[in-house]
Design a protein around this ligand. Structure first.
Ligand SMILES: *Cc1c(COP(=O)(O)O)cnc(C)c1O
Length: 468
């Protein structure tokens, strides 16, 4: 049966019209892909023509607060709700403002990777993680099935809770922890035929652990399963895992991407197609996973992004590359200061030569479109670091309490420098044993360096350490 038999001539007219629009859109995407990272970040898919034809010439993308979209007639409505024409319909399903953000992220994460990508923006980083993993944790056989997945143990506190409590304790899904995620042999030893995916967070928050992305992609693909990576701390300005074949990339948009700190958000970006053995009748599952999630599970579970938050993220994202350059350079300077301080026994920063995973990170963490003068990209390591204060935990608290300029908050990725003690904040809930496993002692202060002049940050740290 053809579409002509299924749908009346009115519906077909809308489908034909949409085909023309989609051809134009594909051409425009192809043009954008030829431009540089910064240009894509600044413009996305919003054009002068669109501004003039549909938006009174406004230079900035419009904010659509309407919950729902109206249709011309019943034919257009039928075509839209059957997903036969581009439509946004209802803000839980899609929204025009969020759409602009989704496309910028898809293009930036896919930038010069040689792969096509699609993106789904969600209400938070946590809902992006949930949306990414749940579709793989489904029954495939009759009877009891021992589903598992393999994950680095070094994770954002919320992700650790999601995996260990919501998935393992409450749902009986086995999570197999990898303690040294840089060690490919440990991953190999934990996979079997019931493993649904490999999951890593790199660089991890707060330990700065890292993985060999390329080796993990090859390992996952040899089992026909996807490699999912949370690269919130890197952002696409410093690393694009899809270049090495990663299947799904997660971001908490709340962090460095929206460094201005005015919005919560998350994103799931998938490579087209992903590796998976999961049988799903919808071809999008494999071909364009982010779109599959958007059209189906996301629609049914409801973790929709708020359009104003999407606009905040979009607006901050435009200068991502230059911001990540500045905050990374500042962090390097601050890390070097801390590293020689007599009251500190350990500094973890991927950019320090002395850091055990420095060489591995150096392979992957590079400022996009940069040049060191010899044709190589410049290494940049982001703005997350941590340091451990000599003596009992009270000493770390004293230093922390004496910070003046640096904010005490469980925040990160900001344009302003922010510090926290993870053992009593972000990683409090997971308990001492899990913290020990993840190497988060109470002496550890996490610092995320902002875009202030680094000398002022160093002076603040110096006087706080002087209180001991
Ligand atoms: C903050 C964070 C998350 C969760 O993001 P929210 O937007 O707070 O839900 C996930 N992963 C990493 C690495 C994070 O830092």
């Amino acid at each position: 049966m053809t579409d002509n038999d299924l749908y009346g001539p009115g519906v077909m007219k809308y489908i034909k019209k949409a085909e023309k629009f989609l051809v134009q859109k594909e051409k425009h995407i192809a043009r954008m892909k030829k431009l540089k990272f910064d240009t894509i970040a600044v413009h996305g898919l919003y054009t002068v023509e669109e501004a003039l034809a549909q938006n009174q010439g406004a230079v900035i993308e419009p904010l659509y607060l309407s919950t729902s979209q109206a249709y011309r007639d019943s034919d257009e409505m039928e075509a839209a709700l059957a997903y036969l024409i581009p439509t946004w319909c209802y803000t839980r399903i899609a929204n025009p403002t969020t759409y602009y953000l989704e496309w910028v992220l898809a293009l930036l994460e896919g930038y010069q990777t040689g792969h096509d990508t699609s993106c789904l923006v969600t209400a938070s980083g946590m809902s992006a993680i949930m949306s990414a993993i749940d579709p793989f944790l489904v029954k495939q056989k009759e009877g009891a099935e021992k589903i598992n997945f393999v994950s680095s143990v070094q994770l954002y506190g919320g992700a650790f809770q999601l995996f260990s409590v919501r998935k393992m304790q409450e749902r009986g899904i086995q999570v197999r922890w990898v303690e040294h995620q840089e060690d490919i042999e440990e991953w190999k030893a934990k996979i079997d035929e019931n493993t649904r995916f490999l999951y890593s967070e790199a660089p991890s928050n707060p330990q700065q652990s890292f993985c060999d992305v390329k080796a993990l992609v090859e390992l996952a693909h040899s089992w026909e399963i996807p490699f999912i990576i949370d690269s919130t701390c890197a952002t696409p300005a410093l690393m694009r895992p899809i270049a090495y074949g990663a299947d799904i990339v997660i971001h908490s948009l709340t962090k460095s991407i929206t460094s201005g700190g005015l919005a919560i958000g998350g994103a799931l970006i998938s490579r087209k197609p992903i590796a998976t053995k999961i049988r799903n009748e919808n071809p999008l599952f494999k071909q364009s996973f982010a779109e599959y999630v958007k059209f189906l599970p996301y629609r049914d579970t409801g973790p929709a992004a708020s359009p104003p938050n999407a606009l905040f993220a979009l607006n901050d994202l435009r200068t991502l590359r230059s911001k990540m350059d500045v905050v990374s350079a500042n962090s390097e300077k601050v890390a070097e200061f801390l590293n020689q301080h007599p009251k500190i026994y350990q500094v973890d920063y991927l950019g320090l030569d002395s850091f055990p995973l420095h060489t591995l990170a150096k392979k992957y963490m590079k400022l996009v479109d940069s040049d060191d003068g010899k044709g190589n990209e410049i290494n940049r390591y982001g703005h997350l670091l941590s340091f451990r204060v000599n003596g009992p935990p009270q000493n770390a608290r004293k230093v922390f309490d004496n910070l003046n300029l640096i904010f005490r908050a469980t925040d990160l990725g900001r344009i302003k420098s922010v510090a926290t003690i993870p053992a009593i904040s972000t990683h409090q809930q997971q308990g001492e044993e899990a913290r020990e496993k993840a190497d988060i002692p109470p002496q550890l202060i996490r610092l995320c360096v902002g875009a202030e002049n680094p000398d002022d940050i160093i002076a603040d740290l110096d006087q706080a350490l002087g209180s001991l």
